[in-house]
Design a protein around this ligand. Structure first.
Ligand code: PMP
Length: 406
């Protein structure tokens, strides 16, 4: 049975007060809070077992190596990948996408090719492709979205042709909350001979993901958005593609043999994991996923689904509110503005009430341009949020609206 009050007890930070008021944390799209057991397991490894992985013959090193590799199997099972070799640990979604842009880009993208993204992407899923296009003389094409936040699938279909080599799309928009029809998009990409990358940064913590069912070629996410530590993330890639891609960063652990005449590279996944990885972060990520599994992702999704519907309905009732993104089935994010008020002022006033939201361009400038605004306020939800917290946000907004009516 999903019991939000019980879950809240696992997250010590939720009992904090800010400015003498109970913390209402609605900035989960930026980063989620950590359950005690994630922090504890990391502390334990630092305090009792710390030793570099994959290098030692001694007890501590083996202990950390085993835990690091166990976390890889946890991730593999969580996203239903076929093999642990297809799970590469990175610093986060941004690094995962850059890895693909550099190495897949190096091997597979040529002058005249096209790469397709959408208008609602996070900068992390735009800029690496722009840089790749510049390096290779390829062209970036953009699928627009409709004003309600839905992707324009007709326009998408119109962009599919034999020149397209990669489609890179967010599963869930970090501004609009739109859940994109990624399966349809992946199938359409494959139909013209293109590959598909899914940015799952805002999906991995909300939606069950099966990479084999989706048939995506790459999938990227960050540990810190799924109740795990910062500084660690995942790139899933199909083995046959990863095998064909050259390594990215050179250094220790990604090699088989180093000779001045010629160096040979390590097997997957180590070929893409140069240098000492954040193995204690990886162990923390494994623990975070175990925690999510213990609560139950389906139960979490059901709770958040109810909460987002409640939030949309309640926020709509605030006078002069402007809501951005109302696609059917949207997930966990409500972005808004208040007529006549700057987003930064609105966020600052909410902060003084103990309510943590994100303000600004939300790392998605093209979405701001779409609506002709310089920024928005975003409330984003996690498994531990409650209807009372949504009520606190709406009461805060109404108060601000009243005071600044003039
Ligand atoms: N893509 C999306 C959709 C995101 O929401 C984010 C984080 N806001 C990123 C990519 C980048 O993630 P990170 O900063 O953890 O690399």
């Amino acid at each position: 049975m999903f019991d939000v009050n019980q879950i809240r007890k696992d997250f010590p930070i939720l009992r904090e007060q800010v400015y003498g008021k109970p913390l209402v944390y609605l900035d989960n799209g930026a980063t989620t809070q950590k359950p005690r057991r994630v922090v504890e397991v990391m502390n334990e490894y630092y305090l009792r077992y710390n030793s570099n992985v994959h290098r030692g013959v001694h007890y501590l090193s083996n202990k950390c190596t085993d835990a690091n590799e166990r976390a890889r199997t946890v991730v593999r099972d969580y996203i239903h990948a076929g093999e642990t070799e297809e799970v590469i640990f990175t610093r986060g979604t941004t690094e995962s996408i850059n890895l693909v842009a550099y190495t897949f880009g190096e091997a597979f993208i040529h002058a005249g090719d096209e790469i397709v993204v959408t208008e609602m992407e996070h900068h992390a899923n735009i800029v690496p492709w722009q840089m790749l296009c510049e390096r290779k003389g390829a062209e970036l094409k953009v699928v627009p979205f409709k004003d309600n936040g839905e992707l324009d699938m007709e326009a998408f279909a119109g962009l599919m042709n034999g020149r397209v080599k990669l489609v890179a799309v967010a599963y869930v928009s970090n501004v609009l909350g739109t859940v994109n029809p990624v399966k349809r998009i992946i199938d359409a990409a494959h139909a013209v001979g293109a590959y598909a990358l899914v940015d799952a940064a805002q999906a991995i913590q909300h939606i069950p993901i099966d990479v084999r069912e989706l048939d995506c070629d790459f999938l990227a996410f960050s540990g810190h958005k799924i109740y795990g530590p910062t500084g660690v993330g995942v790139l899933y890639g199909k083995r046959e593609l990863l095998e064909q891609m050259p390594p990215w960063q050179g250094g220790g652990e990604m090699i088989k043999e180093v000779r001045f005449e010629k160096t040979t590279y390590n097997e997957l996944p180590f070929k893409f994991e140069a240098g000492t990885p954040d193995f204690i972060g990886v162990i923390g990520l494994g623990e975070a996923i175990e925690y999510v599994k213990s609560v139950g992702l389906d139960e979490i999704a059901a709770h958040e689904h109810g909460l987002i519907a409640y939030a949309m309905e309640r926020i709509r009732q605030v006078p002069r509110i402007i809501l951005y993104g109302d696609a059917p089935g949207k997930s966990s994010v409500v972005s808004f503005g208040l007529e006549g008020m700057h987003h930064f002022d609105l966020g600052t006033l909410l902060d003084k009430m103990g309510i943590a939201v994100r303000t600004g361009q939300l790392c998605a400038d093209p979405v701001m341009s779409h609506y002709g605004v310089t920024g928005m306020v975003r409330a984003s939800l996690a498994m531990y949020n409650t209807e009372e917290e949504i009520d606190a946000l709406c009461a805060g907004l109404k108060k601000i609206e009243r005071i600044f009516k003039m």
